[in-house]
Design a protein around this ligand. Structure first.
Ligand code: TNX
Length: 783
């Protein structure tokens, strides 16, 4: 197994070579948290296929040369990138030379030892460093590996000594993708380029740009200027109050910018795969050109996240539009694959249109799903006639598989398995595991996102080859892709936080042989990468390493005893936790956490996580062991009401331009539970309330939104004791949206009680108005 996209013949050739190579030591998952000892495995991410330690070392001094084949522009570019990375991370200057000799030699060689496409060999001997490959991509990836070998501990400066070794490496999958949704929140070109840089450094090779959606069209199309003049801009929803309305939101890429991006990415062996979504997710198109829609009416560019009803028409005018757009798309993007979306196309408009129904009957199609297949296949044929191939999301299978389609599978893996069995190529990007808009921890300091938790370890454990496929079917698995949808990723900071370092886990899963993957070893290789990120200005998330504080017996036990036993841990179970209790910031010299700490209230704990070498892996986190904090629950610490689910962690405004407060919500029920509230001595309760736009396209699920009857004009916050069917303990009217700011406190006395009670908090405001949320709930006690 583990065929990936490679041919059997190549495997056999390499099989012979592999006999002479030492297989990289791979400790079983869950073994001791040690990085691979020097000399047994290279500190590379992704882990290379084969590795053999050598005798001695080679030292690279400032000014050392990188010799590239004379006249080989691509190799020269790779060498220049290498010099740039080493200079930025290590402050070591290297000198790129055309032809001749150098400490580092790059050579394209038809007889290079690694025959696989995109493969390379990298040899370090006491005489120098040599990278050879049979193709330019392979040479490039050898150079990217070398960039890591020359910045080994991430932190060091100046000349670098590299142990002698030989690496032979090639990818497991040919499609190693990342999708960036630039439609929901526009991403500046420089951010996209920075992502391309990092993709290349991780040996990822497909950047799928989701360029169009209901909420914005982001690509200049010369023939249809209104697509960007109108379709690239939306007016954010407001919820009243004294806060000023936000400005229009939007942006788009000009064709010149796209050409520049395509060239930039190609130099890094990244292909930009454009997606033009159809026949659903088309509201921005209809805002610009209503005739392309079904009703002919002009909607605004959407501000509602989710599924909106607007569908493309199926008449000739619609196909003329699509083909003209695709002509310009094909002229801009050399990618063989063009993505045409196909997801979440709610069929209501097609069902209720007599013209669409007439066309469907004339075509002899039995239902709207068959019409979708016909529609998609017609577009696929157009692309095929121009030498391109169509990719669609797995919904395009619903009416029968369009013959020319490659399937990108997001609703689990079934679509991929079905398509591969029907001899169609597939790419695996299942939600939630490869959905990078999923939050990466339950920590209170996590920003907005979707509430499935996808940890670094979850992504690392994911295998893109469905086990149910046999070897022949497995050949149709081109690879996998992480998808970053940006409804709740408003700024480049959010995007960066969601991608790094989960991109490292993704890259190893898509590049490295399955049997070379090793979670603990990966963690050992990560600190160097985190240090590189810091030097390169990439603000990676530290969610996997940040300290979590757990009070034994829960906060109530601490409140009752006036003292607490606090355990410190982190998600990955990696690194040394160091702490202080005097309010100061922990350093590598601070006390190392060994066992739970016994502390008397009030106390303040600060804790950070360091690597063995003293590198900070997670910034300090603070825990206040004081009564007020122990009686407070942040939004993420509240539970959903019975049968409900917190699906989203959302910001105050949908297009926030900075990082702000976030709120866990269940869109279907404005109801939260403060579990086991300890009411001894408690006299009042304060909710940090917030009023948010209710900008969600719930489609047929809209009927499931639960309404709680109100008794005053703006609705109330109702607090019940002992669960949501319990007696009402307090009712607080909500302030008028016209007068109150979007965040406001609500305080109410509570009846005298003792012991632990589940407090159920609901808002009774109309479900047709703003969405009310809870930032935190605190109990106030008599001093
Ligand atoms: C579903 S995945 C979508 C996107 C959303 C995403 C949110 C897919 C093909 N469609 O429109 O952004 O969920 O996670």
């Amino acid at each position: 197994m583990g065929m990936g996209p490679m041919g059997v013949a190549m495997r056999t050739v390499l099989g012979a070579l592999a006999m002479t190579m030492v297989v990289v030591a791979s400790a079983a998952a869950g073994s001791d948290p040690v990085s691979s000892p020097p000399g047994t495995a290279p500190a590379l991410i992704p882990m290379p296929a084969e590795f053999q330690p050598g005798q001695g070392t080679f030292t690279l001094d400032a000014g050392a040369g990188i010799a590239v084949p004379a006249g080989d522009a691509q190799a020269r570019q790779a060498a220049t990138l290498l010099a740039g990375m080493v200079s930025r991370v290590r402050g070591l200057t290297l000198d790129v030379r055309d032809g001749g000799g150098g400490a580092i030699t790059l050579a394209l060689d038809a007889a290079a030892p690694v025959a696989q496409v995109e493969g390379y060999a990298l040899a370090v001997t006491p005489q120098g460093i040599r990278v050879t490959a049979r193709d330019e991509a392979g040479l490039f990836y050898g150079v990217m590996s070398l960039a890591q070998l020359l910045t080994p501990e991430g932190e060091g400066r100046g000349p670098v000594t590299v142990p002698a070794q030989e690496i032979r490496d090639w990818p497991r999958f040919s499609w190693r993708g990342l999708m960036l949704d630039v439609a929901r929140h526009f991403q500046p070109l420089d951010s996209v380029k920075a992502l391309v840089d990092q993709m290349a450094a991780h040996k990822l090779n497909r950047l799928h740009l989701h360029l169009t959606d209901d909420q914005g069209w982001r690509l200049e199309i010369k023939h249809y200027p209104d697509l960007t003049k109108v379709g690239a801009w939306r007016t954010p929803p407001t919820v009243g109050g004294p806060d000023a309305p936000s400005p229009r939101y939007g942006g788009f890429y000009t064709q010149d910018q796209i050409r520049d991006l395509v060239v930039y990415a190609a130099a890094r062996h990244v292909t930009i795969v454009p997606e033009i979504d159809m026949p659903g997710h088309g509201q921005a198109v209809m805002a610009a050109y209503p005739k392309i829609g079904i009703t002919g009416a002009r909607p605004p560019v959407a501000v509602d996240w989710g599924v909106n009803p607007y569908l493309f028409n199926v008449d000739e005018a619609s196909f003329t539009f699509i083909q003209t757009v695709l002509d310009e798309v094909m002229a801009l993007f050399p990618s063989t694959y063009i993505h045409i979306g196909g997801d979440e196309a709610l069929k209501d408009e097609w069902k209720s249109s007599p013209r669409v129904q007439a066309r469907m009957r004339a075509l002899g199609l039995k239902d709207e799903n068959a019409l979708q297949t016909w529609f998609i296949e017609r577009v696929g044929q157009y692309l095929a006639a121009h030498g391109r191939r169509m990719i669609g999301w797995d919904e395009i299978l619903e009416g029968g598989i369009p013959p020319t389609a490659t399937i990108m599978s997001w609703r689990g893996t079934k679509g991929a398995v079905d398509a591969a069995r029907m001899n169609h190529d597939v790419i695996l990007s299942p939600a939630p595991t490869l959905y990078l808009d999923s939050l990466q921890s339950r920590r209170n300091d996590e920003p907005s996102g979707r509430l499935a938790i996808v940890t670094l370890a979850d992504i690392y454990a994911y295998d893109a080859l469905p086990a149910e496929l046999d070897a022949e079917q497995a050949r149709h698995v081109l690879g996998g892709q992480g998808n970053l949808w940006t409804e709740y990723m408003m700024t480049p900071w959010h995007v960066t936080h969601a991608i790094y370092p989960r991109i490292d886990a993704l890259a190893e899963g898509l590049w490295s042989p399955k049997d070379r993957r090793d979670w603990r070893g990966f963690l050992g290789r990560l600190p160097a990468q985190l240090a590189r990120y810091r030097h390169l200005g990439v603000d990676a998330a530290d969610s996997a390493f940040a300290v979590d504080f757990t009070v034994e017996g829960g906060p109530n036990a601490a409140l009752a005893a006036g003292a607490a036993t606090v355990a410190l841990s982190n998600q990955a179970g990696f690194g040394a936790i160091r702490y202080t209790t005097d309010g100061s910031a922990p350093t590598p010299a601070s006390a190392r956490y060994e066992a739970p700490l016994r502390l008397t209230l009030p106390a303040i704990l600060n804790a950070a996580v360091f690597s063995d070498a003293g590198q900070m892996l997670a910034a300090p986190r603070r825990y206040d062991l004081i009564a007020e904090a122990l009686r407070t629950r942040q939004s993420g610490e509240l539970a959903a009401c019975p049968e409900g689910e917190m699906g989203l962690r959302i910001p105050l405004t949908p297009d926030a331009t900075t990082r702000g407060p976030v709120f866990n919500v269940n869109l279907f029920d404005a109801c939260w539970v403060y579990p086991k509230a300890r009411l001894n001595g408690v006299t009042a309760l304060t909710v940090r309330a917030a009023r948010l736009p209710r900008n969600y396209g719930l489609a047929h699920d809209a009927v499931k939104v639960r309404s709680h009857p109100a008794t005053t004009p703006n609705g109330e916050l109702v607090v019940r004791m002992d669960g949501c069917d319990g007696p009402v303990a307090a009712t607080v009217p909500l302030p008028s949206p016209a007068k109150a700011p979007v965040q406001f406190p609500l305080t109410t006395p509570l009846p005298v009680a003792t012991g632990e009670h589940d407090l159920c908090l609901t808002y009774t405001a109309s479900i047709h108005g703003p969405l009310y949320a809870i930032g935190s709930v605190s109990l106030q006690a008599e001093p």
